[in-house]
Write a protein that binds this ligand. Structure first.
Ligand SMILES: Cc1cc2nc3c(=O)[nH]c(=O)nc-3n(C[C@H](O)[C@H](O)[C@H](O)COP(=O)(O)OP(=O)(O)OC[C@H]3O[C@@H](n4cnc5c(N)ncnc54)[C@H](O)[C@@H]3O)c2cc1C
Length: 473
């Protein structure tokens, strides 16, 4: 038997449910990947993320060649032509089965539905797998059989369900039987879309991802609960880009975590460092479950529909200042510049920057959600949308609307010596740390030294009251 494996955001050969099943069922395998520029554009996928994906496709090709699996790459504008091409290629190449891992976003799920329907008519077996998060969407429900809308009870039930879930890490399959008359094709297409991006920050390939996971669990996990909120330290795993592209699986993370946690068969205590990290992986599951249960969040609507009535402001200059890291709030500016330079932003700062746009500037959170997607290497609809709606107080588990982080207090707490701020705002290099966390002192220093750093766009207390009033109304 010959089967086709369709790679999407699961760019790895280790612990890949669809690939392993295909390798088990068939003697010969063919792999396909689609380059879809118009779809990327409509999804606001960042050029850096696309480049990271495509570089990983190049690595995948080499790994697949070792397994005697040729990778065929096709370019289509968007998803609409994918079903017919898959059907045609399956027929041409005599593939009797198609294997792929599920994607849960609205457009992706619709595309997959069309593929399944078309192949059914063509009598080609289609096997799909749950692979992207730890527990499948819809499998963690309340006692009334409803989806959770608050994280902590979701997590408590998740912790019960994970014990009955297959989280085993599958090995790389054995090489398939070689197909003599079929070569890889379409690889030159990738180069058309690969742009320079911060490869030092994001080394590509499964081995790089696994190395980062091993280093994190071996060297940093133990202190994670103390270091995770300090952006000047490299205290978090920085695995998000790999998880988003599927270069690493969440089960590989869960397994490494359990091994680091002395391989006990119990979940770590959620107050321990290992437990705090697991908590983050569960947030990722949670937001995917929310996205599937409430598809409106993936279609541009807030989870809390009443928040559609908020009178958001719009000031192009303010939006541009926020995007370019020129708000006059050093921690926000450093964060926004980190995003532009590395394609990543520290989690604490994502919350600060998102709250600043939605509360201080009172701009619709969807502007920020889009900007993050257009710049993040780890941009993932479920987590990005969840994080934005949390910060803007419009989401499931949202911060109460009257909670408005003061960016100066946040930097004083989490970047006391200003190390992170100075790294990304070099114009503030010689300003004493105390002034970085105090708007009056900062303005005095900037004036005294004749620095070109802007005054704050809005004053904190005024902006806070304005936001609370807008939400209260
Ligand atoms: C406004 C906003 C936007 C965000 N956008 C994204 C996004 O597009 N893609 C994305 O992967 N994460 C997003 N997050 C969540 C989080 O900020 C990143 O996952 C994290 O900073 C990635 O760094 P890390 O890999 O070092 O995380 P670690 O702290 O090492 O956590 C391990 C993994 O858990 C997951 N994770 C961690 N925190 C969260 C969280 N709050 N929600 C969901 N998953 C989480 C990630 O996959 C991460 O790689 C967003 C958060 C906010 C507040």
């Amino acid at each position: 038997m010959r089967a086709m494996v369709w790679f999407r955001r699961d760019l790895r050969v280790a612990d890949n449910r669809a690939l392993s099943a295909a390798a088990h069922d068939a003697d010969q395998l063919v792999a396909v990947y689609f380059v879809t520029p118009a779809q990327w554009k409509s999804h606001n996928d960042a050029p850096a993320k696309i480049s990271f994906w495509l570089k990983n496709v190049q690595c995948l090709k080499i790994e697949l060649q070792r397994l005697n699996i040729p990778l065929l790459i096709f370019e289509v504008a968007d998803f609409s032509l994918v079903p017919s091409i898959i059907e045609e290629k399956c027929r041409q190449l005599n593939c009797t089965g198609l294997y792929f891992n599920q994607e849960y976003e609205v457009n992706e799920a619709a595309r997959d539905g069309s593929v399944i329907a078309l192949l059914k008519n063509a009598e080609i077996t289609c096997k799909t797998f749950h692979d992207r998060i730890l527990i499948e969407p819809g499998a963690v429900l309340t006692g009334q059989g409803k989806p959770y809308t608050v994280f902590t009870p979701f997590r408590n039930n998740w912790a019960k369900k994970i014990v009955e879930t297959d989280t085993s890490v599958l090995p790389v399959p054995k090489p398939a039987e070689k197909i003599s008359d079929l070569e890889c094709c379409g690889h030159e297409i990738l180069n058309d879309y690969i742009e320079p991006f911060s490869e030092d920050f994001w080394p590509v390939g499964e081995k790089a991802a696994q190395k980062r996971l091993a280093e994190f669990c071996g060297q940093k996990l133990a202190a994670y609960s103390q270091t995770r909120d300090l952006p000047a330290l490299d205290g978090t795993s920085r695995l998000s880009g790999y998880l988003t592209a599927g270069v690493l699986s969440p089960r590989q993370c869960f397994s490494a975590l359990n091994q680091a946690n002395n391989a006990s068969d119990k979940l770590p205590d959620f107050t321990s460092s290992a437990g705090v990290w697991l908590n983050e992986l569960i947030w990722r599951d949670f937001y995917h479950h929310v996205m599937v249960a409430f598809p409106r969040v993936g279609k541009g609507y807030p989870f809390q529909l009443a928040t559609e009535r908020i009178s958001w402001l719009y000031d192009k200059k303010h939006l541009l200042a926020w995007q370019n890291g020129l708000t006059g709030y050093p921690i926000v500016d450093a964060a926004m510049r980190q995003l532009k330079q590395t394609g990543w932003m520290h989690n604490r700062l994502r919350m600060v920057a998102a709250m600043f746009l939605s509360k201080h500037l009172l701009h619709d959170w969807r502007f920020g959600e889009r900007w993050f997607m257009q710049n993040l290497v780890d941009g993932e609809l479920a987590s990005n949308n969840g994080g934005w709606q949390w910060s803007a107080s419009t989401g499931t588990d949202a911060a109460p609307y009257f909670r408005v982080f003061n960016p100066f207090s946040q930097s004083k707490k989490f970047d006391k010596d200003g190390v992170f701020i100075r790294q990304y705002c070099p114009e503030l290099e010689n300003i004493p740390a105390k002034a970085l966390h105090d708007p009056m002192l900062l303005q005095a220093e900037v004036k005294k030294r004749g620095l070109g750093y802007p005054a704050p766009l809005v004053e904190h207390a005024f902006a806070r009251n304005r936001a609370i009033e807008a939400f209260r109304k």
